[in-house]
Structure formats: C-alpha cells, structure tokens
Design a binder for this molecule. Structure first.
Ligand SMILES: NC(=O)c1ccc[n+]([C@@H]2O[C@H](COP(=O)([O-])OP(=O)(O)OC[C@H]3O[C@@H](n4cnc5c(N)ncnc54)[C@H](OP(=O)(O)O)[C@@H]3O)[C@@H](O)[C@H]2O)c1
Length: 329
C-alpha cells in the first residue's frame, strides 16, 4: 500500500538561502522504536536553522540531504512507537527536535521523547514552539553560567543583555528579572519601549555612542554580560565589566575564542565564556511552566504559513526580528 504523504519544505544541498527551499510531498514518517509521531501545529525559526543550510556547522549538521530544517515545534502525539512510554496519543507537546535530523517544516515529524514536554492548555502552540532553542539558551546563560536563581533568592547582580529584542535576548531579560537582577539591555531605537516592558531597568539604543560603548546610564559595571549580538570586540566589553565580570557569549566569533583562551591562560579576573546550548528536558519543562504561570511571555515577530516558509526564512536571515518568527503548520 502506498504511504500517506505530507507537505514539507526541504533543501537538497548547502547554500541557496530561501531560494534553496523546496516544497515537496513526502511520505509521513513512521515512528521507530522509542519514537512518537507528531502532527505539528507550530514551529519557530532560529538563526542556527539557516546557518546549518549555509554550511556553517558542517560536517556535523546536517547529517544528510535532503534536509527538512527547523527543530523548535509544538504538536500533538498521533502515534506511539514501541517502547515510547512517557506520552500517549492525543497529548499536546513542545519539542526540541534533533539538530541532526531537523524535521520541523512539515505537517508531521517523528522524535524521541527525550526533549519533549507536555504543553498545558494555557500555553498556545505558538508560545510553546518559541521556547526550545531561544528559551533554553537564555536559561542556561543565566542559571548555569551566571548562577542566577530564578526564584529571586540569589545575590543582586548587574547584568547587561545585548540584542535584547531578539529571540534569545527577550527571554533573557525576563528570566534575569525573575532572578531579581538589575538589567541593562541594548536594542534598536524602535524596540526600546518593548524591552522596557519586558522588565529591563535601563535600555540603550545600540546605534548611539553610549549604546555602542555599552555604557550603563546609571554608571553600573556589569557582573555578567549575556552577549546575543554578533561582533562586539572584547575591548568594548572590558571597561564596562566589574572586577570579576564575565561575558557569556552566545554568538562567539573566532576572536571570542581567542579571548577565551588568553583570559584563561593569563588567569584574568575578567573572563569571556563562549556558550553552546546543551538542551535538557527538565529546563524546557521549567520554561513551559513559567509561560503557563504568565511569568514569561513570547514576543512574536511574525506568523507565516508553511506555504510562506521562504518569507520567514528571509526574515530570520536578515537578523532584524523582534522576538520569534513563527510558522503555523
Ligand atoms: N551558542 C548557542 O548555543 C546559541 C543558541 C541560540 C542562539 N545563538 C546565536 O545567538 C545569536 C542571537 O540569536 P537570536 O535568536 O536572539 O537572534 P535574532 O532573534 O535573529 O536577533 C535579532 C535581533 O537582534 C538585534 N540586534 C542585532 N544586532 C544587534 C546589536 N549589535 N545590538 C543590539 N541588538 C542587535 C536586532 O535588532 P535590530 O533589528 O534593531 O537591528 C533584532 O531585534 C545568533 O547569532 C544565534 O545564532 C547561539
């Protein structure tokens, strides 16, 4: 019997940007051992999705062509493979699909249950799909790297969050405020009021002189910088750091890695730490709960249908999204 087909968007080789995306009809995947099949409801884009297509993470990702990209999804369990035990048919879930296989730009996807968490009715499919990569990165930077306690019981720290209007930055501002820190944020002029509304105590336009210098308007020195912007040199961060200040760099360049090594080898009190997000299901569960409790919200830049996937792709590549770019599936 012929397999049932689904609509999907995929690419066949490195490069090509939005023009490299192809709309195809492919068989609905069957869940293997320990996997479930999801009917997808929403997906969100992250810069890493098009960076993988560009070949920036080769030879690790993707594992094979053609590749259906995108990892951050929300959907409903429609079939449970042998050995999968945590979820049952009909459960609504939020999932971080594997970066090796992707699969999010499609009507259906298979996944293991490792990075899959329940989505309560108070959290919409779009809100859920916004969370995985961006939310987990902000969470890891603040709690693991900066030691911030999200229940607000830790020491008061001064934190700078750059590109606070972006996918990671807008979550970082809100999580840092739950941790009772003083937040200075940078973004473009058009997003200053939005970033203030997310809780930032002071906001700098990154295109002004003081903004480019990351200078706190209240004269604070930063204990931690969560750097979500590309290309800010160490010489700009250094004068704004407290005596033992650290830059947690989520967008590291070759020169950031060089700074990391030099600062380590010279036992510098001021440090730069490149961050690679390591996903954990428990943390994703924590983020979903915060959204449910209305302590964390998703800012949605734009919503696209699967047939408009190219528009969403271009928007992400351009680098000017305010919050998250969503696809309704
Ligand atoms: N290491 C990891 O594991 C990890 C995980 C997640 C993300 N990342 C990386 O982190 C970076 C940020 O990700 P994202 O999802 O937040 O990106 P994003 O949503 O595409 O960020 C776009 C936003 O950044 C703002 N922006 C750009 N340059 C800025 C600057 N110099 N100063 C202040 N704001 C600036 C833009 O504002 P305007 O429109 O006003 O310019 C826009 O609102 C990306 O490079 C991504 O690949 C790394």
């Amino acid at each position: 019997m012929a397999a049932k087909l689904m609509h999907a968007v995929q690419y066949d080789s490195y490069g090509g940007g939005a023009a490299g995306l192809k709309h195809v009809e492919v068989p609905i995947p069957a869940p293997k051992k320990n996997e479930v099949l999801l009917k997808l409801e929403a997906a969100s884009l992250n810069p890493v999705d098009w960076k993988i297509q560009k070949g920036e993470l080769r030879p690790l990702f993707p594992r094979k062509f053609p590749q259906i990209p995108v990892t951050d999804v929300a959907g409903e369990v429609v079939e449970v493979g042998q050995g999968a035990k945590k979820f049952k048919v009909g459960d609504k879930v939020v999932v971080l699909l594997s970066h090796f296989s992707g699969g999010g730009l499609a009507e259906f996807a298979v996944t293991t249950e490792r990075l899959m968490v329940a989505r309560p009715p108070e959290v919409s499919a779009a809100e859920g799909a916004c969370l995985p990569v961006a939310g987990l990165t902000a969470h890891q930077a603040l709690t693991h790297c900066a030691g911030i306690k999200l229940d607000g019981t830790g020491q008061n720290k001064n934190i700078l969050i750059t590109a606070a209007s972006g996918g990671v930055g807008h979550y970082a501002v809100q999580l840092a405020k739950l941790g009772n820190t003083h937040v200075t944020a940078t973004c473009g002029a058009r997003n200053i009021e939005l970033v203030k509304s997310l809780g930032a105590d002071e906001v700098l336009d990154y295109k002004t002189e003081d903004g480019a210098a990351l200078k706190s308007p209240s004269g604070r020195k930063y204990d931690f910088v969560i750097n979500c912007a590309k290309g800010i040199p160490w010489s700009t961060f250094e004068p704004s750091l407290s005596a033992k200040g650290k830059v947690i760099d989520i967008a590291p360049t070759t020169s950031s890695f060089a700074t990391f090594v030099v600062k380590k080898l010279t036992f510098s009190k001021k440090q730069l730490v490149p961050l690679l997000m390591i996903p954990k299901g428990g943390k994703l569960e924590c983020l979903v709960s915060l959204v449910k409790e209305k302590k964390l919200k998703a800012v949605i830049d734009s919503t696209h249908s699967l047939s408009q996937a190219e528009d969403a792709w271009i928007k992400s590549i351009e680098g000017h999204a305010t919050g998250k770019i969503i696809l309704e599936l």
